[in-house]
Design a protein around this ligand. Structure first.
Ligand SMILES: Cc1cc2nc3c(=O)[nH]c(=O)nc-3n(C[C@H](O)[C@H](O)[C@H](O)COP(=O)(O)OP(=O)(O)OC[C@H]3O[C@@H](n4cnc5c(N)ncnc54)[C@H](O)[C@@H]3O)c2cc1C
Length: 254
């Protein structure tokens, strides 16, 4: 199937989408432009590659709707672009050949919290901060999360292959990731073990992540510290000492 950029959707395609998604399929110019941006600002040379707004925005509520969209996409040759909170700023959620932006933020259920095994299974659109609040109320806490946690999603960080707060002790998303469910045009895959490497940082090109399982930790009170140093040399010495006393987690990425 070749996905060629075209001027717009045919009226029959619009009504098919409206019939399936109702008001959750949006074709307004304003919405299409708003959804065709992320947090970043590309230089003019690069922004030419992005190629204008999407033809439609669809908010999905379940894996069955994603499967329907994939079938629609293949039947009509219309690309799908997964988008979560669009905080990434690297262009992964921008349409390069028009098509349909698939807003995944409604997939925001926390499916399972296993206190005994310290692991949690969620839908991809769960916001990190909301998960942290739920975990804290159950005596658990996140190991690693991005500093965009108040607004970014778990699925987005997997697809970005991110590293962030907690990385020194626990590593990045790959190090805390236990499993994924990924919807592809050939059906849903349960991914575990080293196969996860393929999907971490895949930027949504291998399918829609529809479930994420991560390891968490027992909740301990946070104790912030403030240090001041006379100069950069002392900072370096301090960091060197810390890495000896508390060596970083083996897989630490950043
Ligand atoms: C203030 C700020 C602080 C930040 N701090 C950090 C940080 O500490 N560490 C860090 O790594 N990054 C950081 N970032 C970058 C960004 O927030 C993260 O990469 C974040 O994880 C992106 O999540 P999102 O929900 O916004 O995803 P989006 O930006 O919407 O999507 C990111 C990519 O994932 C794909 N995608 C999203 N959901 C799915 C899905 N369910 N299935 C398949 N593909 C999907 C999209 O197509 C896109 O390619 C920061 C950004 C900001 C603005």
């Amino acid at each position: 199937m070749k996905f060629i950029r075209r001027k717009g959707l045919k009226p029959s395609e619009v009504s098919e989408l409206q019939g399936r998604f109702g008001e959750r399929a949006n074709f307004s110019v304003v919405e299409r432009y708003l959804y065709s941006r992320d947090m970043g600002e590309f230089p003019p040379l690069v922004s030419k590659l992005v190629g204008g707004p999407a033809h439609a925005v669809v908010q999905v509520q379940g894996e069955d709707e994603l499967a329907w969209l994939m079938d629609f996409s293949l039947r009509h040759g219309i690309p799908l672009v997964p988008r979560a909170a669009a905080t990434s700023g690297y262009g992964g959620s921008l349409p390069v050949r028009g098509g349909i932006i698939v807003d995944l933020t409604r997939l925001d259920r926390i499916l399972e919290v296993d206190e005994k095994e310290a692991r949690v299974r969620v839908e991809p659109g769960v916001i990190w901060w909301n998960l942290e609040k739920t975990l804290r109320s159950r005596g658990l806490a996140l190991r690693a999360y991005p500093s965009s946690a108040p607004s970014s999603t778990i699925g987005g960080w997997v697809a970005e292959g991110g590293s962030g707060i907690g990385a020194y002790g626990y590593g990045g998303i790959r190090d805390v990731l236990l499993g994924l469910r990924v919807l592809t045009p050939r059906g849903a895959l349960e991914v575990r073990g080293e196969d996860l490497d393929l999907y971490v940082g895949s930027e949504g090109i291998l399918g829609f992540i529809t479930e994420v399982e991560i390891s968490v930790r027992p909740s301990l009170p946070d104790s912030p510290w403030l240090f001041s140093f006379p100069g950069p040399g002392e900072v370096q010495g301090f960091i060197d000492d810390i890495t000896v006393i508390y060596p970083p987690q083996a897989g630490t990425q950043g």
